[in-house]
Ligand binder design. Sequence first.
Ligand SMILES: Cc1ncc(COP(=O)(O)O)c(C=O)c1O
Length: 448
Amino acid sequence: MERPRIAVEPPGPRAKEVIKLHREFIATTTHDPENLPLVVERGEGVWLYDVDGNKYLDFSSSISVNNLGYPTHPEVKKIVIEMLDKLAHAAGTDFFNPYQVMLAEKLVRIAPGDFKKKVFFCNSGTEAIEAAIKLLRRASPRRYLLGFIGCFHGRTMGSLSLTASKNIQRKGYVPLVGGVIHVPYPNPYRNPWGIDGYEYPDDLVNKVLEYIEYWVFEHLVPPGEVAGIFFEPIQGEGGYVVPPKNFFRELDKLAKKYSIALVDDEVQMGLGRTGKMFAIEHFGIAPDIIAMAKALSGGVIPIGATIFRADLDFPEPGAHSNTFGGHALACMVALKTVELIEKLLPRVQQLEKIFRDYLTLLKDRYSVVGDVRGLGLAWGIEFVRNRKTKEHDVKTRNRVLYEALRRGLVLLPCGRSAIRVAPPLIITEEEALVGLEILEEAIKATTT
Ligand SMILES: Cc1ncc(COP(=O)(O)O)c(C=O)c1O
């Protein structure tokens, strides 16, 4: 059985040098060199190797991008080579090409909803959301959009207006795009009403819907002025939060009642991560618009897509476009990635139990673990100082990240005090157990 191999405590000497130069030459983004000093040199399957020769098991999929592992799935690699000999880029929004048509047909076919759909191609998640905003702006005279507190939709000005995950992401950037109203997300563990949403899911769902109908529609803006409701089916950046099973069906009823479009952000949870192609399939509704990116890239070449009800299409040429949308190579990589992930779904569904059982056990064993939630291969572990008060334990969360890393397990944070567990979908049962055992050792190390 393959195991991690830590020869030098991270960051080793070469890692230190890269981090130093990185800080000198590269813009400040989201790195946390204190708790996550990982300098990746190469990857192989579910394993990452750093510049000092350490070998790690990856429980991050580089934020749900490398669902097919590292460096490049052999079948995807074959497509890349084929396309490099044929065509990589040829102005996909000015010239036509068959490759984007093939991918669009596939996405339209697999996306939930028995209605006519179309696809807009771009390069990232934030652009896929921007396209959704612009589709609604042109398709409807309604000027307002609803978003949920805790959801993340990207960092360009339009998507950032909908993002309400951490205040640092918005700080200093106001005024953002106007007309966005945020409402509470049905977070079963933490919500404004102190409802235990695991015990009383219907109460929580009713509270959120009441909030929209009464506080928003009666006090702020009538429903006839709301064009769309944006949501993540499971919050990613916000903490891998899974809402009650019937929430989206009830939200769908409300949206239909007022002819409001539902916009499903599948950028992080889409493409097999939860055991279904789209996470919203767990909840039995068909959104009007779906945004995708991350894993669609095959971990090879960035691509984003907005799948939408065909009647929402831009009304005339030139209303929206870009340079790299419909990039031939990216589209064929994405198509192969989708086909490969489809085959992995049964495996993800099987592996879910291993993660559910082990992580639940961690909650039983360690009082710092306040909540464990997830589906498929998307799990969140939230750390608290006190189970009753649910005070966030950021310090323990950060220590767990580092203690795991120095034992050879790569994890990423999410929410205020949570960790996301999101391994590549190609992980084996044995590899999963190796990672889970290291995770337990890391938690134990912070509590003893
Ligand atoms: C749910 C969700 N939407 C949108 C985005 C933005 O995607 P990108 O970083 O590709 O712009 C992210 C990124 O983490 C995300 O998780």
